[in-house]
Design a protein around this ligand. Structure first.
Ligand code: GDP
Ligand code: MG
Length: 188
């Protein structure tokens, strides 16, 4: 695929997953190459853009409403790709992927059927990317989710691409987001 032919300037990428899995850290690592070891629940929506060769990205992080699943439909409107993040060391954050996946599809479906918006996204073929984060902790034998399990989950949902990352060490973060960009552009 020839990305240089694309005229699109901004992609909207939604990053979802349980609180504390590293969504904000992944964004900060990707956009600023920075990592902050302190945990601050995101207050207000985070919008960051990073200019890449392929495109500009607009990344929408959850604003700390993970517990309430109360993200409004404006949050989802016009999304080009959805990134689902879990922590490979926390089983529950992996089990919750299905909820986040369903929640996203439900919201996209609602946007399509409502009259106020003509969102072109097709929920059947909507592009997702899954990230298993915090693999730097794995050397302490703390991994709870085997890579095969994560890959199976992705395979059974239309072959969603799967990446394992460390936002702390910057490992595989660029690769994951490059895939996000390609997946989003390929689906236009
Ligand atoms: P969010 O709630 O999903 O946005 O999670 P944050 O990005 O705020 O991260 C939650 C906590 O996990 C923070 O203390 C981060 O410093 C830490 N963290 C995030 N990513 C990693 C990682 O890859 N490795 C390690 N060891 N810690 C991480
Ligand atoms: Mg956050």
């Amino acid at each position: 695929m020839d990305f240089s032919m694309k005229r699109r300037t901004l992609l909207k990428v939604i990053v979802l997953g349980d609180g504390g899995v590293g969504k904000t850290s992944l964004m900060n690592q990707y956009v600023y190459n920075k990592f902050n070891p302190q945990y601050k629940a995101t207050i207000g929506a985070d919008f960051v853009t990073k200019e890449l060769q392929i495109d500009d990205k607009l990344i929408w992080d959850t604003a700390g409403q993970e517990r309430f699943q109360s993200l409004g439909s404006a949050f989802y409107r016009g999304a080009d790709c959805c990134v689902l993040v879990f922590d490979v060391n926390i089983q529950r954050s992996f089990e919750m992927l299905s909820n986040w996946h369903e929640e996203f599809l439900k919201q996209v479906q609602r946007l399509i059927t409502s009259h106020d918006s003509a969102d072109p996204s097709d929920p059947e073929s909507f592009p997702f990317v899954v990230i298993g984060n915090k693999i730097d902790l794995d050397c302490g034998n703390s991994r709870m989710v085997p890579v095969e399990k994560a890959r199976d989950w992705c395979a059974s949902r239309g072959n969603i691409p799967y990446f394992e990352t460390s936002a702390k060490e910057g490992y595989n973060v660029d690769e994951a987001f490059l895939c996000v960009a390609k997946t989003a552009v390929a689906c236009e």
